[in-house]
Ligand binder design. Sequence first.
Ligand code: GLA
Length: 414
Amino acid sequence: MKNQNVSRRLMLLCILSFSFFSASSLAKKFDDLALTPPMGWNSWNTFACEINENMIKEMADIMVSSGMKDAGYQYINIDDCWHGERDTNGNIQVNPKHFPSGMKALADYVHSKGLKLGLYSDAGWKTCGGKPGSRGYEFQDAKQYAAWGIDYLKYDWCNTEGLNAEGAYLTMRDALYTAGHPVVFSICEWGDNQPWEWAKDIGHLWRTSGDIINCWNCEHKHLEGTENEWSSWGVLKILDMRHNIRQYAGPGHWNDMDMMEVGNGMSKLEDQSHFTMWAMLASPLIAGNDLRSMSKQTLAILTNEDVIAINQDILGIQGFKYQTANGVDVWLKPMANGRWAMAVLNRNDDTVEFNFDFVAQGVIKDVLSDKKIDLKNTRYQIKDVWHNKMLGDTTQPLRKKIQGHETLTLILSM
Ligand code: GLA
């Protein structure tokens, strides 16, 4: 009898170890998530560490009542500083003052609205805001997030001295997969280790730059003159920061140009340009403003259905710069059903007159995607999406005044 018990226990142990090792050795990223760039809201750009459960619930409420959910926004992402301490078993807990009902209750609330909840952690021993990081606790944290029902994890890169980025993100990917609850995995190492080269099978999106700030073309230095100096960047700076990485983007794996600053103080035209360019580059559309107090204008920008269609196009092809002259860039993005998006960004402070002879362009070929647009022989209807107006067709040259910092945003369809 005793021997039987021992062998039963041994067998159980074997089965358990086998399932643990096979689960982690079969680990991969969750497929079929983020087949188009994720859309949602994140707390950091406006609130930094000033967050609490009531405010997060209000964001979920307004995401539904404002029509943002219907426009495609889905994730409510809590950034840094939701954390309390680890308990004596090492389990991460919420800050009890700011999240008194706990994270599971908050996730249940957000899910009851038909939305998804995201959290933030860090590959190092502390987050950028000085809260407990996941280093050494990856599997334990991932299990906790799964128990709470977390759907999206942004994973930062502060306090990681000596760590290998690919290894650190792979560890967390495996931990999330093993925990078993589908999670969009958002890599946030600012492009320092070229994640586009190695992260396709690890994460669903990766930041390409340092932090965004709410200005058009500025660089804002922090801790200037110290060894910890770092910069945050305006919209144009982020747009110009990386070249030749569009081939790395596609369904399930995106270049992330950072959470947006729409509604956070730039002009209407700048906000529209910002939104257009994030759409053209197939970047995730994560709003970073206070949704509760946004103006009608901000809401109209964030929910423009044509610009969102450019971003969410199922082909998932990141746009490319076709032409640049006198501070005016022309960007193109192939879309499904033979449509093309075209964005004419006036980087200058002053108005320019833009003249474009479509027919003279002939056949434009995007070598990367093998998509062609034959402007010589095919007539395309032109829609100006910010003005919600048809502008005729491509058989006639286009002549348009474009104000400083404005982006004329067009969809060409047959
Ligand atoms: C880093 C990230 C930001 C934000 C903060 C939080 O700077 O890049 O997006 O998450 O940390 O501390």
